[in-house]
Design a protein around this ligand. Sequence first.
Ligand SMILES: Nc1ncnc2c1ncn2[C@@H]1O[C@H](COP(=O)(O)OP(=O)(O)OP(=O)(O)O)[C@@H](O)[C@H]1O
Ligand SMILES: [Mg+2]
Length: 442
Amino acid sequence: MNVAAHSVPASARLLEVHSLGKSFFKPDGDALVVLEEVNLALARGEIVGLLGRSGSGKSTLLRLIAGLDAPSRGMVRYMGAPVDGPAPGISMVFQGFALFPWLTVLGNVQLGLEAMGLPEAELRKRSLAAIDLIGLDGYESAYPRELSGGMRQRVGFARALVVHPNILLMDEPFSALDVLTAETLRNDFLDLWGRGELPIGAVLLVTHNIEEAVQMCDRLLIFSTHPGRVVSEIPVDLPHPREPFDPHVRALVDRVYVEMTARPRQSREGARAERPVMVGIGTPLEHVSTNLLAGLLEAVSEPPYGGRADLPAIAHALHMEGDDLFPVAETLQLLRFAEVEGGDIRLTEAGLTFARSDTDERKALFAQHLMAHVPLAAHVRRVLDERSSHRAPKSRFLDELEDHMAEEAAEQSLRAVISWGRYAEIFAYDDQRQVFSLENPA
Ligand SMILES: Nc1ncnc2c1ncn2[C@@H]1O[C@H](COP(=O)(O)OP(=O)(O)OP(=O)(O)O)[C@@H](O)[C@H]1O
Ligand SMILES: [Mg+2]
C-alpha cells in the first residue's frame, strides 16, 4: 500500500518517491537491503516529518532524493521528471555543517550559489538576504571559529536557503545542538515558515525526536527498520504555535510512540513484502547497558508507575528521547522482563522481582533470562563449555553472525552479548585479546 504517496493529490506533488529500494553490497558479496518499497510524496507548502530508528536508512533516503546516490530499484520524481543526478532546486541541511574555516560567513553561504552562475552583485545580494533572514545579520565577515554551534548551524541553513530550494531536505538539523539552542532555531524556523518568508516549497525533515516532529510537521511518516519503508502516516492538524503540554500535542506524541513500538504487522501487500522472521542467533541485538536496563526496571517498578508506565511519560521522567528509550524497552521485552504494547511498558513478574532484588539475586535472575531468551548468549556459553580450553576468539562468532546480518549489526550484537554476559557472569571476555573464556564465572 502506498500509504504516504496516496495522501497527496497527484497534481499537488512536488516530489514523488516510487517503490524505492537501495541495497549495499557487503565485502562477501551479499546484499544489505537498506530501503525497500519506499513510497512517499511531498506537496508544496508542507513540512513532512520522517521518523525512524537509528540505522533505518533515513539519511540514505535523503541522499537518493537529492540525487546524490542512485537507487537500486524504483525512482524519484521531482516536478514530474526523474531525478538521476544532483537536482537543482533540492537542497539539504545536515546535522553538523562542514563549513570552510578559511571562508567568512558570507563566503560559506555564497558557496551554495556558485554553481548557478549568477552575476557577482546578485550572488552577494541573495547571500546577504539569506544571512539576514536566518538571524546572522552583522556576522557576514565572521569566520566559523568565531561562531557558536547554533550560529554555525544557522550558516548551514543560510547556505541551503540561498538557492531558494523548492524542496529542503533536513537530516536531523537540530540534533547536534544543545536543547535551548535547538529550541530557538526550531522556533525561528517555524516563525519564518509561518509568515511565508522562507523561499522554500516544501520540507522533508528527518528526525528521531518525536516531540520535535509533532511540533514542526504537518504530516508524519513512520519508517521501519531492516529494511526501511514507510509503515504509517499520521496527519498533524494542530494550529501553531504548538505548546509541548497542550493535551492535543500530548495525544499525538502518544500516538507516535504507539506506532513506533508496534510489532511488525501482517503486511497488507501479502507474502511478497513479508520479511523472514529471524530467530536464534540471527536476531540482531541492540547494545544496551545493563545499567540502563536496571534503571528502567527500577523506574517503572516504583511509584507513581507501580509496574506499568506510559512510554512518553517515562522517557520524559528519565530525560531520554523516545529513540534512546526504545532499544532499552525492547531489550527488556526480549529478556521477558517487560512487555511493550500500545505505547506502554508493563513489567513481568520477573521484571518486578529483578527491581526488588539485591545485586547477587539480580545477576542470577539476569543470567537465567539471558540463557533462556537470548540465543546468542546461550550459544557463546555452549561453545565455551564444549571446548576443552574453554576459550574462543571473538572472530569465531563474528564470522558466524555475518552469515545472518551486516557486519555492523554483528559487531553490535556481540558487544551487547559481551556486556550482558559479563554482568550475568556466564562468561568472561578479554578486550585486549578479543577472546571469550570461562575464566571468571563460577
Ligand atoms: N555507503 C554505504 N555502504 C554500505 N552500507 C551503508 C552505506 N551507507 C549506509 N549504509 C548502511 O545503511 C544503513 C542505513 O544507514 P543510514 O545512515 O541511512 O541510516 P539512518 O536512518 O540515517 O541512521 P541514523 O539515524 O543513525 O542517522 C546502515 O546499516 C548503514 O550502515
Ligand atoms: Mg542518518
